[in-house]
Design a protein around this ligand. Sequence first.
Ligand SMILES: *Cc1c(COP(=O)(O)O)cnc(C)c1O
Length: 384
Amino acid sequence: MSRLDTHNPDLQRLARPQVRQLASYNAGLSAETVRERYGLQRVAKLGSNENPLGPAPAVSTAMAQACAQVALYPDANCGLLRQALAKKLQVPTDHLVFGNGSEDLLSIISRVFLDHGDEVVTVVPSFGLHFIYPIAAGAQVIGVPMRADGSFDVPAMLAALSSKTRLLMFSCPSNPVGTTLNAAELGQLLAALPADCLLVFDEAYYEYAQHEADYPDCLGIIQASGKPFVLLRTFSKAYALAGLRIGYGIVSDPLLADLIDRLRTPFNINRVAQAAALAALADEAHLNRGLAHVASERTRMAQALAQLEVHAVPSHANFLYFATPFEAEALNLALLAEGVIVKPWREARYTRYLRVSIGSVEDNDLFLAALAKVLATEHKRTSG
Ligand SMILES: *Cc1c(COP(=O)(O)O)cnc(C)c1O
């Protein structure tokens, strides 16, 4: 509930009904806020799936050069980056769209393709914006629960599709669960997708999953299906550019790119971000160092959690998702006091789940020690 809801119903009525009923996005606290609020020196920020290695070294040089030209508007077409990505992904240059973060594209897509009375099918637990933007556009979102083991319930997703479904939208690897579809499941979904339904395949964590033996070539499979799609990726996670806000989408047809471009702000990708993304894309060795770090630390953290009787869902992304016997919000507050930021889940039925990002070795250690401490405290409190 925002302050408007409680104190000033008249002001609240100024907003459209779809906006009045929305919950605010839970963006978490900054490290500065936590340091200040709890009087701490050291804070482990493990709530937003950021990359602890930072961007490739060439990024700062590229940014400095771009900074010298900030008096000029950026290239509205993201020309150089578009060419580099098209080459890397083997897609035509007019099959790409760019967003101020891929969340910008989620917002634009919702406004371009959704109208009142339309339906969107997604999964729960979910990435919050897969609900917020469609609802704001007047659509109804149907959240299909993941199975108890964290896997996608493909038959239930198929059953949720109706003649009103305009978008099938979910993340794979799943945020927050970390699980993925296999090739057969993706094929089933594509085969059942109605012709007037757009697949929005949010692959924000693609880079972390791409080399896993059981992770299919989702882009290739989706392209081969001939179905209309937007596949979203981002420079925020594996490329470590979250602070610059740049993501992109690959579309099945240039007309989809044209439709999306009609509602984006013309200069939505700033000059510095375009230069940084181009430099980040060029350094595969740096990218791979980050992926190797996440893979080894994820294994170590899952094992350490298991020793605390906490069993994380096997993850192909740079985070782990797990339940404890306690309410996540209470654990979250106790962890904040220890200088550890994680993401407590707030969706109904998942309020005992937390998501922790794979950070630096030191931050991960701080988290593990803090979690052991707060779990012991909670166990003592509830048994005494
Ligand atoms: C982080 C994330 C995004 C948003 O990424 P930005 O490019 O930073 O906006 C989109 N989808 C999912 C599932 C994410 O986890």
